[in-house]
Write a protein that binds this ligand. Structure first.
Ligand code: ZN
Length: 378
């Protein structure tokens, strides 16, 4: 399905439908919800497509603690079907209209607040994060696994390039925006050697983006050799061996590593990869978003090698803008479309989650616009 397909409008008296997360490994509860009146600056979208992010899977399995009940799903694209009073502008200060196909920052925040002024809007105290909020009857449509999503004022909106498919566009506002943020924090990459740790969706995005940012070599480390091999289609030039000795030789022959983009969150991989950094190297950690043991790091080595370690959680709106521009330009250069291997209807969300737990799938998609309350829910 392409974003240029025919447009839809909100029907009078239309109700929203959602699949609500009740707790780890429990059945999702189907709910019909009224569509609340929009306040000034708010937008209602009909969800066109959503993908199950790895962090949704962590919540579903209990590895990550999330509120319950909760409407999950944050990798979402939608079509604007209603707008609150007054004019609503997108990130580029262009007017939003009914019929626009959009993505949006994973969170709404106070643009005038202190954290926004610090350049850390994702940590604003009032932040409202789509797909992560406790279920609230005053604003129930807060996630992607529903027919509609109610966007708060303070959400940065972006019109989508119509050349993208649903499957390409849905992961933009989590996966690709996070990697765009990691590249921003890593600094310039021209002529540098990059190591991407973890070859899941984030890692593959990192391979393609670092390649297009001028990296000289892009090595990939993943314990799953099939996943690691897939990275060559996304620009990776070196697939690191499982053997520690061979791995060290591969790193030495490429001239060491200047930048690490760490997406796995696996302590052993985080520790090992630091050994490969050259003097002055920068490591950006984005994968460790679930509970894990403390790391063992040799501080003297960090000091003597002038190593910088940075953490990134979520991203800033400019990163989503970078990600959209990257994908618009390069979506045909890399097989992003193929990373969403299967699409389930919303009413089969539970089945989709069980299916998505198999690590051979990068993303499973949820198609919501043909939802019918007469179907069975699993
Ligand atoms: Zn995510």
């Amino acid at each position: 399905m392409s974003l240029s397909d025919s447009k839809m409008n909100l029907q009078a008296g239309e109700k929203a439908e959602a699949m609500i997360f009740q707790g780890p490994h429990q059945a999702f509860e189907w709910m019909q919800l009224p569509i609340a009146e929009l306040k000034q600056g708010e937008v209602l979208v009909r969800v066109l497509y959503a993908t199950i992010c790895t962090s949704d899977l962590h919540t579903f399995s209990g590895r990550r603690t999330g509120p319950t009940p909760c409407l999950l799903g944050h990798e979402i694209i939608g079509e604007v079907v209603a707008i609150g009073a007054g004019q609503v502008l997108d990130y580029h200060r262009q007017s939003i209209a009914v019929g626009d196909r959009i993505t949006w920052t994973i969170y709404a925040h106070d643009h005038q607040g202190a954290m926004a002024a610090l350049g850390l809007p994702q940590k604003s105290p009032d932040v409202f994060k789509y797909g992560h909020q406790p279920f609230d009857h005053t604003h129930p449509l807060s996630g992607g696994f529903a027919t509609h999503c109610h966007l708060k004022s303070g959400t940065d909106l972006f019109k989508l390039p119509l050349s993208l498919s649903y499957q390409e566009a849905a992961p933009l506002n989590c996966t690709h925006a996070t990697i765009a943020g990691a590249l921003r924090m890593a600094g310039g990459l021209i002529g540098k050697n990059v190591l991407v740790v973890g070859a899941g969706m984030l890692g593959l995005s990192a391979c393609a983006m670092t390649t297009e940012s001028g990296a000289q070599a892009v090595a990939v480390l993943d314990i799953n050799s099939a996943r690691a091999a897939k990275a060559t289609a996304f620009g990776a030039t070196v697939i690191l061996s499982d053997s520690p000795q061979l791995q060290a030789e591969q790193i030495a022959s490429m001239g060491g590593v200047d930048v690490i983009i760490e997406t796995s969150g696996v302590p052993e991989a985080m520790e090992k990869s630091l050994d490969y950094l050259n003097i002055g190297g920068i490591c950006v950690w984005v994968g460790a978003v679930f509970q894990q043991r403390d790391l063992h790091i040799n501080a003297e080595r960090v000091v003597r090698k002038l190593i910088t370690i940075k953490g990134l959680h979520n991203y800033i709106p400019a990163d989503l803008d970078s990600a959209i521009r990257f994908l618009e330009k390069h979506h045909q250069d890399y097989p992003f479309h193929s990373l969403v291997s299967h699409t389930f209807p919303l009413e089969n969300l539970g089945l989709a989650f069980e299916f998505a737990q198999d690590s051979k799938f990068y993303r499973v998609g949820i198609q919501t616009n043909k939802f019918s309350s007469t179907k069975k829910h699993k």
